[in-house]
Design a protein around this ligand. Sequence first.
Ligand code: DAH
Length: 350
Amino acid sequence: MKQKLEEIRARAEAELQKIDALADLEALRVQVLGKKGELTAILKSMGSLSAEERPKMGQLANEVRQSIEAMLAEKTKQLKEEQMRREIEATPVFDVSAPVDLTRGSYHPITLVQRECERIFKTMGFTVEDYSEIVTDYECFESLNIPKAHPARDMQDTYYLENGQLLKTQTSAAQNAIYKKYKDALINDGVPIKAIFPGRCFRNEATDACHENTFFQMEGVMVDKNISISNLIYFMKTMLSEVFQKDIKVRLRPGFFPFVEPGFELDISCLICGGEGCPSCKHSGWLELCPCGMIHPAVLRDGGIDPEEYTGFAFGLGLTRLAMMKYGIKDIRDLNSGSLKSLSQFADDE
Ligand code: DAH
């Protein structure tokens, strides 16, 4: 029996050398160690041995079993590694320098409108600023003349982080940082501050066709000596006429925002009827588009600029709203839907 056991081990070892497929390995395992396998058969016949022989043979049989199992495991590992290497070698190399296939994706309508506005404002000498989506209470409210208990905060509930920071509710949150960034050039070298800052904003909203918890705005500010409401009207009219590719009439109505004084709602002549009155503009001839105003002295002061010497205007253009108007998108939720069917319709614009 001892000889038989040794033979089984030697044969298994020899067979293993020849095997180069995982399936054959399994067949060998069954043949030797399976229920009807060679080694199992010997173990079963152990009963016929003398009481003296049995434990010795039992021990040897176990050793043989263990060594065959170890060899099988080793070979399995080796074959799997080889297989993986072959698969890696067969995978085509990703060429980072290959030209991109632009037909696969398209620009989001908001990106298109944002870039268009950026292009127009750049030609008018404005810088384009990038700003964080996570801001402090000071940036989003306090520095904009909205102290802790101010009722204006009610309309701007948002998502708060555990450390007290928040997801910005308005692009106005960047105003203070922009004033501080450019005030020295303004004061020392007389360079006017002309900046726009597009960005994603967040609010705690019950969503419907007109409301989303995530939307885009584009803030703009201009600060210099003798800036007046006429400057504001000129820049807005020029920009909107370019965006819509037609002469746009604008009008200002009073509006309240704590960081501007006076504050306005800027309306544009209805794009559908040109001002005559139609269902789209509720027969008024006007569409509400962009809140704006003259920057409040307290806001300038917080930004390190003397309001006795300098004045400025600010506006908060709703980019999401603008994209919806420009492309006739009826439901705001389409914009965040990720639906390529809806969004790819605008691909031809760029
Ligand atoms: N931040 C305001 C909002 O989201 C919009 C706004 C109003 C911005 C007046 C301005 C402004 O710059 O002057 O409701």
